[in-house]
Design a protein around this ligand. Structure first.
Ligand code: NOJ
Length: 444
């Protein structure tokens, strides 16, 4: 169980390092930067999707689960990357997207019965897409309505069809045979839906994670988070063997036990969205820590940058918290140098407004931050202000702080207990010591 206390570094491949000057990051670029990850001291990295994709959802609309987007590289370059990572003792996680495909995936036309279709001429229920609007769209070619939990370009697979299960197991085995060490499972609470396609009931009470307007009105009990998900996940586990499976379950912590019956870890999203306030942080941390198998996370490619969310003044404390909580921790590329939200692009690439969180990594103080010799697909934000090269040299930098915290984790000892403290600090016992994180005083 190498992953128990692992630090996993999230790489957004299009924005990490470009090796061929086309302005888009690629696999060769990642391989070239592996020494940086070794220096930082992380145990593993997770690659956001590397598969061929029409880019409606920037790789999360997959048109071939066992291929590589030509802009990012080739299968041979995946092999090189995995080998180079393993030589350095770094483990490699891929993003597995089992709930939907791109509408341009050949499966959509070759195996329409692998997808979920409305039995009537129109949406059969009130389900909504995570990005807003109905979760059903009409397929112009056939006139039938199909389900999409995300963009209309991402039709949902029908996990009640054994052929889908088998196909996805084949995908998992394909990558395991190529040497990958695990997967981050995308949107896994949506893997299986109600067989009768019943209406989701109105939302009751507070949902602790942000939802878009339509989605916030409904309680997701039929369009996802089904008890049957355990069995469906079991088939992924069967193919994955001992490989690490980390689930993206966008639900309150109280819903995680079902997923942990099969998965090794689930992301602790309540921490990611917690205000920087002692009481709220405690409330997010305590139940998640009790599960003993959450992956602590404070930002990723979908949400505000950590620096923009908690404020640059809290970054050192945020790193201290993230890297001393008990269990695995995920660090999103660029957070270790304090990158902020960027301006995004006009017109936007991502219709859901997430370009701002995906600007290129800033390696040095040059114009393009050492990311590319060409024109970057998203502009650099402020490489002169924040970059790896300068912070590596500076013993007082945020980057050095991250590196020290990661090194310290090697000898944490067991034990974790939240302690009572004054409202301006979050204090806990960790291993033999006591850690105090400065937070905003609780407003009540
Ligand atoms: C979660 C991913 O992190 C996000 O980027 C994507 O849009 C959705 N799942 C749909 O695949």
């Amino acid at each position: 169980m190498w992953w128990r206390d692992a630090v996993v570094y999230q790489i957004y491949p299009r924005s990490f390092q470009d090796s061929d000057g086309d302005g888009v990051g690629d696999l060769r670029g990642i391989t070239q930067r592996l020494d940086y990850l070794s220096w930082l001291g992380v145990d593993a990295f997770w690659l956001s999707p590397i598969y061929p994709s029409p880019l409606a959802d920037f790789g999360y609309d997959v048109s071939d689960h066992t291929g590589v987007d030509p802009q990012l590289g080739t299968l041979a370059e995946v092999d090189e990357l995995v080998a180079a990572a393993h030589e350095r003792g770094l483990r490699v996680l891929l993003d597995l997207i089992p709930c939907h495909t791109s509408i341009e995936h050949p499966w959509f036309r070759e195996h329409p019965d692998w997808y979920i279709w409305s039995p009537v001429d129109g949406p059969p229920n009130n389900w909504v897409s995570a990005f807003g609007g109905p979760a059903w769209s009409r397929d112009e070619q056939t006139g039938r309505w199909y389900l999409h939990s995300f963009y209309p370009e991402q039709p949902d697979l029908d996990w009640r069809n054994p052929e889908v299960v088998e196909a996805m197991q084949g995908v998992v085995r394909f990558w395991i045979e190529r040497g990958v060490d695990g997967f981050r499972l995308d949107a896994i609470d949506r893997l299986i839906k109600d067989a009768e396609l019943r209406d989701d009931p109105p939302a009751s009470g507070d949902f602790p994670l942000p939802l878009r307007q339509d989605a916030a009105k409904l309680k997701r009990v039929y369009s996802g988070n089904r008890p049957e998900v355990v069995q469906a996940l079991g088939s992924i586990r069967e193919a994955a063997g001992e490989a690490l499976l980390v689930g993206e379950v966008f639900l309150p912590t109280s819903e995680y036990p079902r997923y942990l019956e099969v998965l090794d870890l689930v992301f602790a999203f309540e921490l990611l969205f917690s205000p920087w306030d002692a009481e709220r942080l405690r409330a997010a941390i305590e139940p998640a820590a009790a599960l003993e198998r959450v992956a602590w996370v404070m930002s990723n490619h979908d949400f505000d940058r950590l620096a923009s969310r908690v404020g640059p003044e809290h970054l050192r404390d945020a790193a201290l918290l993230l890297l001393t909580l008990p269990g695995a921790a995920f660090v999103y590329q660029g957070d270790e140098i304090g990158m902020l939200n960027g301006p995004g692009a006009d017109p936007p690439f991502d219709r859901a407004g997430r370009d701002r969180f995906r600007h290129p990594m800033q390696w040095d103080g040059s114009e393009n931050g050492g990311f590319t010799t060409g024109k970057p697909w998203l502009p650099p934000i402020d490489p002169q202000e924040r970059n790896v090269a300068a912070q590596r040299e500076d013993p007082a930098s945020l980057l050095t702080h991250y590196r020290h915290l990661i090194a310290y984790r090697r000898e944490p000892g067991d034990g974790f207990r939240l302690l009572d403290s004054d409202p301006g600090t979050l204090t806990y016992e960790r291993g033999g010591g006591v850690i105090s994180v400065e937070v905003d005083a609780t407003s009540g």
